[in-house]
Design a protein around this ligand. Structure first.
Ligand code: 5AD
Ligand code: SF4
Length: 417
């Protein structure tokens, strides 16, 4: 029996899909090369923006045609959309064999085992990547006014320190060099009085683990001890994803973000003072209800002032249940598009300018992948770096002298060590 997992959405979903894959492989199923070859198809969904839901509906439309041709096909939907719109998905796509929400994923094995013929003989395992995700907390209770996550994923729950250490050790044994600790807001991690800084200290003691990254950190509660730990601990990557969302205090307040632009800026300055060469990236929502041209200009100016290493810019998308859903989505699509492209263009210029400082610098990079004579790697700042190599160096750490920079990557020559 062959399976195919399609994943939409964030790293948390990628991590859940990896676990689904691990389970199916352990039951003796095999990867299908593409969805059309599969006997079992799982769609892992996201509901953070309408566009993500639209993707899922198109996928299910195509899957329905596949099922018409192959009535023995088993198909299921999991993840965030399955959690909050499971009933309507089942009604609309009657061919589905199961729909399982993001909070019920622990039931996956029980549910799917009814449908699969287990191979029994071959107990394969998934090949570990150079970096692997480890979920350290689930849910969110910040209730940013635009965000559906707290309604879908529920209140915050920290995974026990022991489980996190065991999971990380398992990944390292399978060959991972870098671990990315995941949570909607890792700063609020708390398990039996061990906070996120304490957790980082424990995880970094694991032998064979070379790098630790994490996401996402909410700017409202970034403790000094955490900044000091990132600065002092060599295993921790000098990279922080710190969503600002907007630089207009009017918009930030309506978003329920619990900080002002002034406070955000002070935090960025403090982090930069304490951690030299830190790369800070951010998320921005443009076109939130009531966002005026002036509000947008404040965000644009902030992007210029703070010089982010990269920006993820999203057009506001009204989400059911959220408190902003009651506000009029009054920024037109045309204006959202315009603001999006202005900010993106400026942000790309800034990233390229920042990358310019790396010219001639010798960067220690970890190689993620190799194809056509080119190694793809990242430095501690999480910037993509390409270099030519006759050998596949995946998983190795080497030194690369930077010769060329672009907005979202750099390239250079490997030094013989
Ligand atoms: N519309 C647009 N972007 C959103 N995000 C979250 N909810 C919405 C929404 N309703 C963005 C935020 C968050 C990122 C993961 O997705 O910027 O940080
Ligand atoms: Fe959504 Fe805000 Fe929680 Fe992030 S912190 S998941 S944006 S509610």
């Amino acid at each position: 029996m062959k399976f195919f997992v399609e994943t939409i959405g964030c790293q948390m979903n990628v991590n859940d899909s990896d676990k689904i894959t691990d389970y199916l492989l352990s039951e003796g199923l095999e990867y299908a090369d593409d969805v059309l070859q599969a006997d079992l198809v799982i769609l892992n969904t996201c509901s953070v923006r309408f566009s993500a839901e639209h993707k899922a509906y198109s996928f299910l439309g195509r899957l329905s045609e596949q099922k018409d041709k192959n009535p023995r096909l088993i198909a299921g939907v999991v993840g965030c959309m399955a959690q909050y719109a499971g009933k309507s998905i089942k009604n609309r796509f009657k061919f589905l064999d199961f729909v399982l929400g993001a909070k019920e994923l622990d039931k996956f094995a029980g549910v799917v085992s009814k449908f699969i013929e287990t191979g029994g003989v071959r107990k394969a395992t998934r090949k570990s990547g150079v970096f692997e995700y480890v979920t350290i907390m689930r849910g969110c209770e910040n209730f940013c006014s635009y965000c559906i996550v707290p309604y879908v994923r529920g209140p915050e729950q920290s995974v026990s320190v022991d489980e996190i250490l065991a999971e990380t050790e398992k990944c390292v044994k399978r060959g991972a060099k870098e671990i990315i600790l995941l949570g909607q807001n890792v700063n609020s991690y708390n398990y039996k009085n061990i906070d996120f800084t304490g957790l980082l200290k424990e995880v970094s003691l694991i032998n064979g683990l070379e790098r630790i990254r994490f996401m996402t950190n909410h700017p409202k509660d970034f403790p000094d001890e955490l900044i000091d730990e990132i600065a002092a601990n060599d295993k921790i990557c000098k990279y922080i994803h710190l969503p600002m969302q907007s630089a207009s205090d009017y918009v930030l307040n309506r978003m329920n973000r619990k900080y002002t632009y002034g406070k955000y800026k002070l935090l960025v300055e403090k982090i930069r003072n304490k951690i030299p060469r830190i790369n800070i990236t951010s998320d921005i929502i443009i076109g939130f209800p009531g966002e005026t041209d002036d509000d947008f200009k404040e965000t644009l100016r902030a992007a210029e002032d703070l010089k982010f290493g990269g920006l993820f810019i999203f057009k506001y998308s009204p989400r059911p249940n959220t408190s902003a859903y009651k506000l009029k989505d009054d920024v037109s699509t045309a204006v959202k598009k315009e603001r999006h492209s202005v900010l993106l263009e400026r942000s790309n210029e800034i990233s390229k300018e920042l990358n310019g400082y790396y010219i001639n610098s010798e960067e220690k990079v970890l190689v993620d992948a190799y194809a056509n004579g080119i190694c793809e790697s990242r430095n501690s700042q999480n910037i993509k770096i390409f270099f030519n190599s006759a050998k596949d160096l995946t998983g190795k750490t080497v030194t690369v002298k930077i010769t060329k920079v672009f907005a979202n990557s750099m390239s250079g020559d490997m030094r013989e060590n």
